[in-house]
Structure formats: structure tokens, C-alpha cells
Design a protein around this ligand. Structure first.
Ligand code: SER
Length: 339
């Protein structure tokens, strides 16, 4: 008998750490975690097994399926948007070929298990590409089918992988004489910028918000790499995890789409600074825009329309801006740096 496991890739990343903590708290003691970096304690002891491995290593997956029956896949490993611009081809390999390897694993597992294996995939507001600030202001809350013309390698990768997900869910080997009886149960969320009190992102372009917070909480000066009027949507990490688990739990028949926006709050960089000063009156926050990174954030929407997520699976954030800072970010981060 092969052991039944939940596979989490990118387990040492920001969403990975938060998701594993929640899955373990809900009594899941069968997590198989993979990351290119070792999974940190105490997370490692929440997993049945944690592996330091590369999602491009197909031999690794062959070994895994001989030992484990993979029940569902949370494929979180990726190279984020800023880092991807320095090594676009490497980003493509990790973000696209890596995802293809996981989708292939999922379809094989579906065939063997005689059911569709669930595949949760974090996409991003980086799939959008607004041509100019005037359009960004006019559009305001973007819908899933608008302006999907990304200007970054990361955005291109995420958008294409959403389409790959659709292919593996509905059309895999559609001309074969023995077509696939079970597709992959692909479900994806286009995340806004995420802010966690527990971890810092690395290599993203929405990082100015969490960096502002983590610097202010430690009494360190910070120069944001964007203009004060820069506005994109954000969500607190507990809401991001809640969204993934809620979408994973939704009955398939309720899901009319494979890819969903989720919104929580939209703040300008100046408004985030203003909030920081309320809690940390001595915070030293300045703005030194980096034209290139600014260009990327300017191409992302100011906010998202998440009507479909609300309709199909009852999405509702727990944290608006006030609650996110008052009840989650500030108390948790203050405690963290006090220790
Ligand atoms: N927040 C991510 C980044 O900045 C996008 O998903 O790269």
C-alpha cells in the first residue's frame, strides 16, 4: 500500500510555510513537502516527510510515486517577478517546465487512482498588463478576462500555466483513441500582493509593502522603490491561506471557472506609510522609485473584481485594511521582533 499524502511544493516559501501550518493545525499529518531549500523547523515536524529537491528533477517524482499516492497537490514553487527579470529563461524553466512536471504527475495520479486529483495553483495579478496609468485608474477593479497582456516573464509564466491547467483539466490528449477518463481538478487563484507578519518575500515586486512593515517594526529606515501614489491590491497572509483552503474544499460542480481573482484591500504606498506611522511614529520611510520596478507595478491593476470567487465558492476576506494591520500584522510582528 502506498501512503496517501498531500504534496506541497515551494514548502519553504511564504505561502508554503503559512499553508503547511494551517493544514497541520487542521489535523493533516500526511504532508509531503518539497523545496529547493530545507524546510525550516518547526514546520518540518508538521510534515510526514520533507524533501530538499528540485521540481525540474523528474526522477525525483518517479521515486515519489513509487512510494506515495498523491491525494492533492499545492504547487507553490515559483521564481517571483523581480528575480525572474534578471534570469528570464531560468524563470521559465522553474515556473513553466516545473508546473508542467507537476501537472503530468497529477494526471498520472488521477489515472491510477480513478479520480481527478486536485491541483491548487497560485497565479497572480502579475498576469495583467495595463498599458498606462490613465487606463489603470479608469479600469479600477479588473475582471479576470481584462488586460491579460503581462509585461513580465513571471506574469507570462503564470498566465500560460493557467492555460496549461485548463488543458490538463479538460482537453488532455483529446485526440487519443483512449482519451483520459479523469482530467486534473485544476483550481487557481490570482493573488494580490501578500503581506505576512511571519515571513518576508524574496524577489517579488509587491515586496515594498511587506518590506516597509518589517523595517518599521524593527526600527530600521526604509526607502521604498516605488512612488507614493503606487496602488495595487493586497491581502493578509491568513486570508491567502483561507482562500486556498476554501477553493480546495468547494464542490467541483459549484466552480464555473478554473481561475479566480480574490480581493481584500487596495492601498497606495503612501497610505501604507501613513498606517506605519500610526503604529510606529518614529518610522523612517522614504520613496526612491526604481523606474524599472515602478514600471512593473504600474502595469498591475489598482484593484480586482472578485465577484466570481464570491459567487462560486463564497469568498469573503476576514481582513480589510484596518483589521489586517490592527488585528493581524502589527500585533504579530511586534511580538515577533520583541522576542
Ligand atoms: N507578489 C508577487 C511578486 O511581486 C506577484 O505574485 O512577484
Amino acid at each position: 500500500m502506498r501512503k496517501k499524502v498531500i504534496l506541497v511544493t515551494g514548502a519553504s516559501g511564504e505561502i508554503g510555510q503559512a499553508l503547511i501550518t494551517h493544514l497541520a493545525e487542521r489535523g493533516n499529518n500526511n504532508i509531503l513537502a518539497i523545496d529547493i531549500r530545507p524546510v525550516p523547523e518547526p514546520l518540518r515536524s508538521m510534515c510526514q516527510i520533507s524533501i530538499v529537491g528540485d521540481i525540474l528533477d523528474t526522477a525525483l517524482f518517479e521515486r515519489l510515486v513509487s512510494e506515495y499516492a498523491i491525494q492533492s497537490i499545492y504547487h507553490l514553487a515559483a521564481l517571483l517577478s523581480t528575480r525572474a527579470e534578471f534570469t528570464p529563461e531560468a524563470a521559465h524553466r522553474i515556473n513553466v517546465e516545473g508546473t508542467l512536471n507537476l501537472l503530468h504527475l497529477a494526471i498520472e495520479q488521477s489515472r491510477w487512482q480513478g479520480r481527478s486529483v486536485k491541483f491548487l495553483f497560485p497565479s497572480s495579478v502579475a498576469v495583467y498588463g495595463l498599458p498606462d496609468l490613465e487606463t489603470k485608474t479608469k479600469v479600477s477593479k479588473i475582471k479576470e478576462n481584462q488586460f491579460t497582456k503581462p509585461s513580465t516573464m513571471y506574469g507570462c509564466n503564470k498566465l500560460y500555466c493557467e492555460n496549461l491547467g485548463r488543458y490538463y483539466a479538460r482537453h488532455y490528449r483529446q485526440l487519443a483513441t483512449d482519451p483520459e477518463p479523469y482530467g486534473v481538478d485544476f483550481r487557481s487563484i490570482r493573488f494580490p500582493g501578500l503581506i505576512s507578519a511571519a515571513t518576508l518575500p524574496s524577489g517579488g515586486t509587491s515586496d515594498y509593502a511587506p518590506e516597509m512593515l518589517h523595517h518599521a517594526a524593527q526600527g530600521k529606515a526604509y526607502a521604498a522603490f516605488v512612488r507614493p501614489d503606487t496602488r495595487i491590491p493586497f491581502a493578509a497572509m491568513p486570508d491567502a491561506v483561507k482562500a486556498v483552503l476554501q477553493l480546495a474544499a468547494a464542490p467541483r460542480k459549484n466552480l464555473k471557472h478554473l481561475v479566480y481573482n480574490i480581493g481584500s484591500f487596495s492601498l497606495s504606498a503612501a497610505e501604507i506609510k501613513e498606517r506605519m506611522l500610526r503604529y510606529y511614529p518614529n518610522a523612517q520611510i522614504s520613496f526612491t522609485p526604481d523606474d524599472n520596478r515602478q514600471g512593473i507595478v504600474d502595469s498591475w491593476p489598482a484593484d480586482v473584481d472578485d465577484t466570481f470567487a464570491r459567487q462560486d465558492w463564497g469568498w469573503q476576506p476576514d481582513y480589510d485594511a484596518a483589521r489586517a494591520f490592527d488585528e493581524y500584522l502589527i500585533p504579530t510582528i511586534s511580538e515577533r521582533y520583541a522576542n
